[in-house]
Design a protein around this ligand. Structure first.
Ligand code: ZN
Length: 353
């Protein structure tokens, strides 16, 4: 086995196993775990739901943002479109180079129609064990976001978790007692806290309050400063600590110039206020994971190490996978280089020898 030597890093040299003997100069950088994005709908002009064949283009670019592993995420669409995307995206798990796919995140179609967000309401449908069974049978699904309060959802949750698939509560109006029940049935995560869920007030905890009060759930959050007010991010970090994880929820417009783009067959305009549908609804983000890390530290006052954990080791734990890839962060916590499977796949400054 060969070794990649990461030399002169703040905190000392780091050695990782790789395919060939190699060295990279990490002067002025910290070596941190690679970022794991459990909710990424696409980027660089590619939408995973409608153009799964182009997913490798996104995997090749994600290391620039510090992402070394991710769940290509598809949203609500007709059954044949979703199943096709799952099958095609499964091929990505066995291809390289670039960020590794950990399996598809299926967000929808079993969502509360009252909390559709940017999902097309006409394609939202009641939980179907048959459809979920088809996804599970591909072996390519890692995670499913659904609304557990829907009739038939518990049956689907039981089936998915028995196949090792993580089920996350999202696009939901679930109450405190029903969420507790859903957790007993197998739900272990919640999807983009505060967004597309019942909001919180003094006598009505809503879904956001139920998620924050729960003592076991891992909770995803979009820390772009647009989806969630920084004060609410701070509250989430205080309540959840090491159960809070960052997601990008990035769409095809990630990495592109502002203007009009497509997500899931829908027109989306990217401007100062993030990507919006024609009705002005936020349709995912153009957030980079390294930016999310810097934002979390800025919004909450947490240490940069805590923010890095929320983007790396914590999301890895949600799926129960280990994280051996590395990112070199410079003094401004920007990505200088990215190492996947012992290979330098992104090298901003030409540090690899
Ligand atoms: Zn969503």
């Amino acid at each position: 086995v060969a070794t990649l030597a990461i030399r002169n890093a703040i905190g000392g040299d780091v050695f990782v196993e790789g395919p060939v003997e190699a060295t990279i100069d990490a002067t002025g950088c910290r070596v941190v775990p690679g970022f794991v994005d459990l909710q990424c709908n696409g980027g660089w002009g590619v939408d995973f739901t409608t153009e799964p064949e182009r997913a490798a283009e996104v995997a090749a670019r994600l290391p620039e943002t510090g992402v070394t592993a991710f769940c290509p995420t598809i949203i609500t669409a007709p059954p044949d479109v979703m199943l096709h995307a799952i099958k095609v995206l499964d091929l990505l798990r066995h291809s390289s180079p670039g960020a590794r796919s950990l399996g598809v995140h299926v967000e929808g179609p079993f969502l509360n129609p009252g909390r559709a967000g940017a999902h097309p309401v006409r394609h939202i449908r009641p939980p179907s064990r048959e459809e979920a069974g088809q996804w599970a049978a591909t072996g390519g699904v890692a995670m499913v976001t659904l609304a557990p309060e829907l009739h038939g959802a518990f049956d689907v949750i039981t089936h998915l978790t028995s196949r090792g698939i993580v089920v996350s509560c999202g696009h939901s109006e679930i109450s405190v007692p029903v969420l507790e029940e859903a957790v007993r049935v197998g739900v272990t995560a919640a999807t983009h806290l505060y967004n597309a869920m019942g909001s919180m007030s003094a006598r009505m905890p809503g879904t956001a309050g139920a998620v924050l009060a729960n003592r076991s759930l891992y909770v995803g959050l979009i820390a772009d400063g647009l989806h969630v007010d920084p004060a609410m991010v701070s509250i989430a970090f205080k309540a959840l600590g090491s159960r809070l994880f960052l997601v990008s929820d990035a769409i095809s417009a990630l990495g592109l110039e502002p203007g009009t783009h497509r997500i899931g067959g829908m027109e989306v305009t990217v401007g100062e206020g993030g990507p919006r549908t024609a009705d002005g609804v936020l349709a995912g983000s153009v957030l980079r994971m390294d930016e999310a890390v810097r934002n979390l530290a800025a919004f909450t006052g947490c240490s940069i190490d805590e923010a890095i954990a929320a983007a790396s080791t914590i999301p890895a734990s949600v799926l129960g996978v280990s994280q051996d890839d590395r990112v070199l962060l410079d003094a401004d916590n920007r990505v200088a280089a990215t190492v996947i499977s012992g290979q330098v796949v992104f090298d901003r400054d030409g540090r690899a020898g």
